[in-house]
Write a protein of this length. Structure first.
Length: 256
């Protein structure tokens, strides 16, 4: 089986983002970390945001930001523009999980999931669009296959990621004439630190992992790097005729 391409290998083969300026949220681990690292390897200048920016990739500009906070997001994008002069790519990647159904989900949990997953994408998109008007750019949002199909015990999560998918489509239509492309990626279950924490919180983490693998038609969990590479495709000129799409990287779950 072909292994995911490393950042070093990408750097040797292509520099699609040479001279471009990128913001990635949720860059402290998992998919966001891989995004930031790959953008760097392909020549971009990267502002990497996280609630704990100590863990973002070396070589990026680290910024502490809570994406549910309007002031934090406005300051984040302003930092990128001040550092680099303009913003070319905005990756609204930060998100949180939820593992309850509608009976078990509290109002507080529902609101918190939407604050990060949906409001965070709205705030990041709004801030980015303001700076991309007149110059164009690409916005890539991290949704989920859970925004396209129903998954058990994911009420708030499915709903919030569905909001990301439809907001992506609306923004794509609204600003196509401004040369601003907006797309989203829809990962399935990815073997990331975040998913690991969810598994560790269950009564039997090993059984939980086995069950997650079993529901994947390809027979394995996703890798953060292969999801990040899909995001870079959408941000690149390779996808210059792609906007308003939800690119599914889920090992076949949505096809079932």
């Amino acid at each position: 089986m072909t292994q995911p391409t490393t950042a070093a290998a990408v750097a040797q083969s292509t520099r699609r983002f040479e001279g471009r300026n990128v913001v990635v949220t949720g860059a402290g681990s998992g998919i966001g970390f891989e995004m930031a690292q790959l953008f760097l390897a392909e020549g971009a200048s990267v502002v990497a945001a996280d609630v704990n920016p100590d863990s973002v990739p070396s070589g990026t500009v680290p910024v502490a930001a809570d994406v549910s906070n309007e002031g934090d997001v406005e300051a984040l994008v302003a930092t990128a523009v001040e550092q680099f002069g303009r913003l070319d790519v905005m990756c609204n990647n930060a998100g949180i999980g939820s593992t309850t159904d509608v009976l078990g989900c509290t109002v507080e949990e529902w609101d918190r999931v939407f604050a990060v997953n949906a409001r965070g994408v709205f705030l990041g998109t709004r801030a980015a669009v303001r700076h991309m008007l007149g110059t164009g750019g690409a916005i890539v949002n991290t949704a989920s296959v859970a925004g396209l199909v129903g998954l058990r015990d994911r009420a708030a999560y499915c709903a919030s990621k569905g909001a990301v998918v439809t907001l992506t489509k609306q923004v794509a239509i609204q600003y196509a004439g401004e040369r601003i492309r907006c797309n989203c990626i829809c990962p399935g279950t990815v073997d990331s630190p975040w998913v690991g924490r969810l598994m560790d919180a269950t009564d039997d983490p090993a059984a939980t992992r086995a069950a997650l693998v079993a529901r994947q038609p390809l027979g394995r969990l996703g890798n953060p790097n292969e999801v990040a590479r899909a995001a870079l495709y959408l941000a690149s000129d390779d996808a210059s005729f792609v906007t308003g799409t939800a690119l599914v990287i889920d090992g076949g779950i949505a096809a079932g």
